[in-house]
Design a protein around this ligand. Sequence first.
Ligand code: AMP
Ligand code: GLY
Length: 422
Amino acid sequence: MNILVIGSGGREHALAWKCAQDNFVNHVYVCPGNAGTFLEDKVSNINLDANDFKSIGDFSLEKDIELVIIGPEQPLVEGLTDYLHSKNIKAFGPSKNAAQLEGSKTFSKDFFVKYDIPTAGYKSFIDFESSVNYLDEIDYPTVVKADGLAAGKGVIICQNKKEAIKALNSIFNDKAFGSAGNKVVIEEFLEGEEASFIAVVSKDKIIPLVTSQDHKAVGDGDVGLNTGGMGAYSPAPIVSDEIHQKILEQVMQPTMKGLIEEGSPYLGFLYAGLMIKNNEIKVLEFNCRFGDPETQPILLRLKSSLVNLCLAAINNTLDSYDIEWTQAHSCGVVIASKGYPKNYESNKEIQINIDDENDTKLFHAGTKYENNKILTSGGRVFCATALGVDLKEAQQNAYNLVNKVDFEGAFYRKDIGYKGIK
Ligand code: AMP
Ligand code: GLY
């Protein structure tokens, strides 16, 4: 069987690496991939534009692709799954309509209210003046969110009215996020601890993956700018059995049911970003895909076949799929380029000195292979991921792996997993 993975990040390296482990898989193609997928056994990169649906469809038919896994949100929100299904190609990911859960914050917030899913209070706006008038009615801090996709940068936490005006001005008037900012949500600020709850969903059936926690801020102790994620670990002790059950009952099941009622049943990874406080949960956001970097530590723990899991979801047989995990803990530390998450450097030559990858895996993200060299090509460059008998050991193993990688300007957080260890 041949497989196609869409995307180029650390998540896609992990997806491709995991798919290639199945004996029944002949070859995994990654579009466009990175140096990590290029160097992986049984895996090759293809240079097609992920937004060129026809080329992806034609390639899938030509190579007898039996499963397409779509990593990033953009092609999902633009309808790549619908296109591939219309060509009878098996694709794992939500339809364009279901992907609106991530593609539009106003859609998702209205959906939460309609289906009684706990979330922060909010109001949405389509113009600067009325949004600014609303600022006198609320408490601070407050959260200003661009409606559409903004590569994780469209959420601005404002400590006072002045900051909120600045945020609204940049979105509505300066078009900081382009048309993604045609609408804005102003939302109540929530306190608590965040966790990522990711599941494989097919219509009304769900297989929750092991729990995880991301580290969004660029600096140790969760300070500084928000990033795509600087590291993650699994399991996340904040998600107790009781919280797990609440997430299923209060968030996942009503969402699956609501989407069926809306005529857009869900297929794919469904990711709820949650705020947890005093044993109560609220949804911060939904993502219509696997998380990055959560994918890397989660897949290092998955013992069963990812390919069969995705196919079971597509064939609506999740009920009879037995998912198996290692009890070991895992931790993934992102190594980033100097400047990230703002403008960052690239084209730096990378040295890697790894002889043994037992229970560890260096997942590539923003890397490329040129003239027999591995060069940096993105803000997040690697996710050094490792297992351990407990989180402390997993963390230590992950940092040992980090020390085997070097390039000019490399930096990483030194405290990935600290909340889980505390
Ligand atoms: P989102 O893309 O909506 O998950 O937002 C990105 C990050 O912004 C989240 O992971 C939180 O750290 C933060 N955030 C978003 N919404 C809120 C909120 N209502 N209260 C506090 N923090 C938030
Ligand atoms: N790690 C956060 C995300 O994938 O959006």
